[in-house]
Ligand binder design. Structure first.
Ligand code: NDP
Length: 325
């Protein structure tokens, strides 16, 4: 067991954590980034990125985050392969690396300031067949997996912006896309609704919830063959044949670690003071999707990562902690 001390401890290695690291390293805080279970975060399961400023041509999500990591390391960040399994904030307000985190490896990480950048993950329905057929027809990421369903019939479940965007995206690959929603109206923004309702290759099944996924889970088997539905108004059961189902019912922030230790909102997101990355504990900062359920973009995550580092830097300077990087 090793104890790693730093002036700035960062949990999470997506664009928020890596941007915080770049700023923190350049400010001389010798940050440590503990990478977590999915190093690079959600960008690593994205393909084309066309809206990250500075790149005229289409770039790839995994490439972008690898470049961010290389830059963070180049300016002096230590990237460590570990997953934080517990945190201890009882030292808050005291001098000398007050924030402790325990890694799955048994290593201990101590920071004068802590930046939480653990991100969010797609939510699942939790119905029978979903987990068993995951990767065999059931997916939570159309941009990652849509390509595999070229020319096939696919469905998207959900009625928010993500679901509608995924349905529209899937029309690049499939001429037969069905959106399945549990109510009779979608909450996606108007411009997306207009595109959805006028698209010739998308149909919408209203008032339907997924009861279970149907298919063959054997290796080399058919995979997903259909989605068993229940009408939420009449209770009637039906089967929608499909080879690809994309679950797009929102995201859940990765904040299990912080329950009871930090103020979280009803959705589990870290509460920050409006317009800042400051959490309910001075010296603990949150950035990226773990505190932002509205924008959820790589560029906004990077922006709030920068803010977290600048505020962490000020916090460390004001408290003149003794820990060595
Ligand atoms: P949302 O929370 O906005 O929507 C989730 C959808 O899934 C809702 O329609 C909800 O139904 C449905 N749903 C939730 N749970 C279940 C369930 N158990 N069974 C069936 N359906 C379910 O999530 P999104 O990921 O779409 O968006 C999250 C945020 O990110 C939003 O603020 C959105 O605006 C933003 N976003 C913005 C984008 C953009 O600007 N381009 C792109 C993507 C997201 P119901 O409506 O009945 O509650």
């Amino acid at each position: 067991m090793t104890t790693h001390k730093t002036r700035m401890l960062i949990i999470g290695s997506g664009p928020a954590g890596l941007t915080a690291a770049i700023y923190g390293a350049r400010a001389g805080l010798s940050p440590i980034v503990v990478q977590g279970l999915q190093p690079g975060g959600q960008l690593t399961i994205t393909t084309d990125v066309e809206n990250y400023p500075g790149f005229r041509d289409v770039i790839q999500g995994p490439w972008l985050v690898a470049e961010m990591q290389a830059q963070a390391e180049h300016v002096g960040t230590r990237m460590l392969w570990d997953t934080i399994v517990d945190v201890d904030f009882s030292g808050a307000g005291k001098a000398g690396a007050p924030f402790r985190a325990i890694g799955d490896s048994g290593d201990v990480y101590e920071g004068d300031a802590l930046v939480i950048a653990t991100g969010a993950q797609a939510r699942w329905l939790g119905v029978p067949g979903e987990q068993e057929l995951s990767g065999k027809g059931v997916s939570a990421c159309a941009t990652c997996d849509g390509f595999f369903y070229r020319g096939k019939k696919v469905v998207v479940i959900g009625g928010g912006n993500t679901a509608v965007e995924e349905a529209l995206y899937l029309t690049n690959h499939s001429q037969d896309v069905t959106l399945i929603h549990r109510r009779d109206s979608v909450r996606a923004e108007k411009i997306l609704q207009d595109r959805l309702f006028t698209h010739p290759n998308i149909k919408v099944l209203w008032n339907k919830r997924v009861d279970h996924f149907v298919g063959d889970t054997a290796i080399g088997g058919a995979g997903l063959t259909g989605v068993a539905l229940i009408d939420t108004v009449t209770g009637e059961a039906s089967l929608e044949p499909t080879q690809g189902a994309f679950v797009a019912i929102g995201h859940a922030p990765a904040t299990e670690l912080f329950k009871g230790k930090l103020e979280l909102d009803a959705g589990g997101y870290v509460v920050v003071q409006p317009g800042t990355p400051k959490t309910s504990i001075p010296g603990v900062f949150a950035c990226g999707d773990v505190m932002d359920h509205t924008y959820r973009q790589a560029v906004t995550a990077a922006g709030t990562g920068c803010m977290a580092a600048l505020d962490a830097e000020r916090f460390v300077a004001e408290h003149a902690f003794a820990a060595k990087g």
